[in-house]
Design a protein around this ligand. Structure first.
Ligand code: CA
Length: 615
């Protein structure tokens, strides 16, 4: 009896205290929104203290507070708001009341959105330069180590933070521009506050905040503006599948199903085929989608509608705030595909011209095709990474030539393009931040390197050059990811070598840099390579010939892995050589008169821009 009485007094005291407690607001996300959006609905997440039992009031012309959603964790409220057409830009007050009295309020900025067609999108007329911000250039050593950030800089540790930042990228935009690339894809820049492996960016601890060791959100917006001034597009890397273990909400989840939780650590099986396999077990499918990506990357549950809306709005917030031109989606098949379909629709509604590029890391064209165009998710990504083509290059150039091995792999894989809706918009690459450096894969064979670079810059698709590839950077993936993500030489104050300048590069690096740069710049000026018809001939004797053609031009490409000098008889290619009189070798600048035979040297790629007789 006594205990019950005490309990009652305690309960009354708590009720009294909480009713009169000081409501504290720690976070409001998104922290602003816009008038003039296609979708007038907005969900605002409020995180704070003593929110239980409070009343939320918004009194602003054109704004309707439709609903206040309480969840199992009383530290959260989700406000569903409608921004009517009459709403004007300004700040509206979100008031939090208890017992009819206003306890606190939050001023919510409502901005004017930019033009709906603002993002320009990227296409096969572009060449992407991919860089990892921690490893490119350290423009501001002051931000390397900051209070509150758990990992400090250690350049001797391949897996540690090295100090690269936004200031460093901004400083070297002319390098990218002079190289010839037209778009920049930067690995994620959002905060990754965890003790180890925080440098790569894929373990996000705050979806609305640039990692302060890279700079501020304003610095990021400045970078995008600078890029646009220079004619460079920006592709933002977004992650929907997981957050980082250091994410602030991991200590106090809004709902127990916000992330997928298991009695013991359960990793994804990474088997994308399980999602499309007609015989797949439910267990395998669930493990694929719901297992954690890594111990420090909890798997978000996008089937939770509050989280789905949170993530979609976050994506829109970045497009609208930063005016980015494209989004690269990490691990596209891993999040809930229902949510990703909704995401594509919402983004499309707001930004009809933005390009959406999905990472579907599978080597099988039939599976990749399901995520491209209107097939699997029906909503339509414009672009996917061409991992099957990458595999064909990797294997085809490191094995013995035979009926179905060697250079014929390039031909065979492209022959499967009938599976795709738009293979001309696939992103093609010889390496990236997740795979071995191509120069290492090719056992530092420079001829093969040039051949593959020529291939990605002249076949169909949108070529990507991973930073350092132009410097013949090496790195074995099996030694750890840090080894394929080495620092760009010259990016750090005091670096003994500065490869950003011609004088700082070795003769071989200059040769590689000039070779790639020249071909990119030529490509930039030649729509025939962007969208011209592709005709390929079955490789014979380790020589692979294909043509790109449009109304204006014919381009002939010869990739040669044969070890001897040869005179290539062009009779076989007659259908593509109609009206062609002479040709210019794009790589050497030579003009070739008679086209009955073409001289080819061992391992030397040949790109011929044909002159056609005019009627
Ligand atoms: Ca720095």
């Amino acid at each position: 009896m006594k205990t019950n009485k005490l309990q009652l007094i305690f309960l009354l005291l708590i009720t009294y205290l909480s009713a009169n407690g000081n409501i504290k607001i720690h976070r409001v996300e998104p922290s602003n929104w816009w008038v003039g959006m296609y979708n007038p609905e907005l969900q605002i997440m409020v995180y704070g203290e003593d929110l239980e039992g409070c009343k939320v009031v918004i009194d602003y012309p054109g704004i309707t507070l439709k609903d206040v959603i309480k969840v199992e964790n009383p530290h959260y409220l989700f406000l569903n708001i409608r921004i009517g057409e009459s709403a004007k830009t300004g700040e509206f007050s979100i008031d939090f009341l208890q017992k009819g009295k206003k306890k606190t309020s939050f001023k919510y900025p409502l901005l004017q959105r930019k033009a709906r067609t603002n993002p320009r999108g990227f296409t096969n007329s572009d060449v992407i330069y991919l860089l990892m911000p921690d490893r490119f250039a350290n423009g501001n050593p002051q931000n390397d180590n900051l209070p509150g950030m758990l990992e400090t800089t250690d350049r001797t540790n391949p897996d540690g933070r090295h100090g690269g930042d936004l200031a460093g990228i901004i400083e070297h935009l002319d390098y990218v521009k002079d190289f010839g690339a037209t778009a920049l894809w930067i690995n994620p820049l959002l905060e990754n506050n965890q003790e180890k492996y925080s440098y790569h960016g894929y373990a996000i601890s705050d979806f609305y905040k640039t990692d302060p060791r890279f700079g501020t959100n304003k610095d990021y917006f400045k970078l995008v503006d600078r890029c646009h001034e220079k004619g460079l597009k920006v592709i933002q890397d977004q992650v929907f599948n997981h957050c980082g273990i250091g994410h602030w909400w991991m200590k106090d989840l809004p709902q127990s199903d916000w992330v997928h939780q298991f009695p013991e650590f359960t990793r994804s099986n990474f088997r994308v085929s399980a999602l499309v396999d007609p015989y797949a077990s439910k267990a395998d499918r669930e493990k694929m989608n719901n297992g954690w990506f890594d111990k420090n990357m909890p798997d978000l549950n996008q089937d939770n509608p509050l989280l789905a809306t949170y993530l979609i709005q976050n994506s829109i917030w970045w497009v609208e705030s930063a005016s980015i031109d494209g989004i690269r989606v990490d691990t596209y098949p891993y999040p809930s595909q229902d949510m990703m379909k909704l995401w594509v629709q919402r983004i499309r509604q707001e930004y009809p011209d933005i390009t959406l590029l999905g990472e579907v890391w599978v080597g099988t064209p039939s599976i990749v095709s399901l995520w491209e165009g209107d097939c699997f998710n029906k909503a339509g990504l414009q672009s996917v990474f061409d991992f099957p083509l990458y595999d064909a290059m990797k294997f085809g150039f490191t094995e013995k030539d035979d009926w179905n091995t060697g250079i014929v792999r390039l031909y065979d894989i492209l022959a499967q393009d009938f599976l795709y809706k738009d293979p001309f918009n696939h992103v093609v690459f010889v390496d990236n931040h997740d795979v071995e450096r191509i120069f290492t894969t090719l056992h530092e064979d420079y001829q093969k390197f040039k051949t593959l670079i020529t291939f990605i810059l002249t076949t169909r698709g949108i070529p990507t050059i991973y930073y350092g590839t132009e410097l013949l950077m090496t790195g074995e993936e099996k030694l750890g990811h840090g080894h394929i993500r080495k620092d760009f030489p010259g990016g750090w104050p005091g670096d003994s070598i500065n490869a950003f300048t011609e004088i700082g590069r070795t003769p071989q690096q200059n040769e590689a840099f000039d070779f790639i740069s020249k071909l990119i710049k030529w490509r930039n000026e030649n729509p025939v390579i962007h969208s011209g018809k592709l005709t390929q001939f079955i490789p014979e004797d380790e020589v692979y010939v294909y043509f790109r053609q449009n109304e204006e031009k014919t381009v002939m490409v010869v990739l040669n892995q044969n070890k001897e000098d040869k005179l290539l008889d062009t009779k076989r290619f007659a259908e593509c050589l109609v009206d062609c009189t002479n040709a210019k070798n794009v790589i050497t600048g030579e003009t070739i008169g008679l086209l009955d035979t073409i001289k080819i040297m061992p391992g030397e790629p040949v790109v011929l821009e044909m002159e056609r007789m005019r009627e």
